[in-house]
Design a binder for this molecule. Structure first.
Ligand code: SF4
Length: 242
């Protein structure tokens, strides 16, 4: 089934269904191009990371930014537009570690970040009080239409340099966004969207100590940012109790 695109073959409208997105990516980018880009990105990550003394993930973000910059259509996204930031944002462990690193570098108090999300967090606590664990929480339902915990009052992102792939791939070319329905946001615009999750999974795999590594399957577990924050809080509480 053909998916709705504009005259440039770009997918228009916010894409939130990952299966639908994968189908679209398969149609849009030939397998050979995806494979070749994946291999090239992994090599480039190593070189740039060494050259610029950056983490491999930051080196990859640099490449993703460059891919968007090379698009002919000017990006309409600007600082202070947080329309994409009222939805569920997922991140792998590696991306979350990047956010933690950013918070450390910029003195961001994560306890205050959690405080900003009390509405969501208190709903999570209620679910936990019913005897469920964090993995059983229906996270997407709880965070829908809620601001991301890292969204500043001026609608800018606190951890912009290290925001996850999920945030980087919803962009507006056609027009400035005017509602939270992301109707101007476009996905599957650059080939990095097709290879990004696998590159990140590979980097995470390579950074995991050999003794703890499982067979590489091409993907890594993702959790919503609220979920990572609560896990961080729980871990800290345990450390303090020791
Ligand atoms: S991490 Fe930043 S860019 Fe992503 S949703 Fe949150 S505030 Fe927006």
């Amino acid at each position: 089934m053909a998916l709705p695109t504009d005259h440039n073959g770009m997918f228009i409208q916010g894409m939130t269904d990952s299966e639908e997105l994968q189908k679209f990516l398969t149609l849009k980018f030939p397998q050979g191009e995806v494979q070749e880009t994946y291999d090239r990105r992994l090599d480039e990550v190593k070189t740039v990371s060494k050259q610029d003394s950056k983490t491999p993930l930051r080196a990859f973000w640099k490449m993703v930014d460059r891919s968007f910059d090379q698009k002919s259509e000017p990006l309409q996204c600007q600082e202070g537009c947080g329309h994409c930031c009222y939805t569920a944002v997922a991140a792998t462990q590696l991306e979350w570690d990047g956010i933690l690193n950013n918070a450390r570098e910029n003195d961001i108090d994560l306890n205050q970040v959690i405080e900003r999300s009390t509405r969501t967090i208190s709903k999570v606590r209620k679910v936990l009080d019913q005897g469920k664990d964090l993995e059983q929480v229906d996270w997407h339902r709880l965070v829908i239409n809620q601001p991301c915990p890292f969204l500043n009052d001026d609608q800018s992102c606190m951890v912009y340099e290290d925001r996850p792939l999920d945030c980087r791939m919803v962009v507006a070319y056609r027009d400035a966004c005017t509602s939270k329905n992301l109707e101007h946001a476009q996905r599957a615009v650059v080939v990095d969207e097709a290879v990004g999750p696998t590159v990140i999974a590979r980097l995470q795999h390579e950074q995991t100590p050999k003794i703890k590594r499982r067979k590489f399957t091409g993907s890594q577990k993702v959790r919503l940012l609220h979920h990572w924050l609560i896990l961080w809080q729980e871990k800290n509480k345990k450390k303090k109790r020791r």
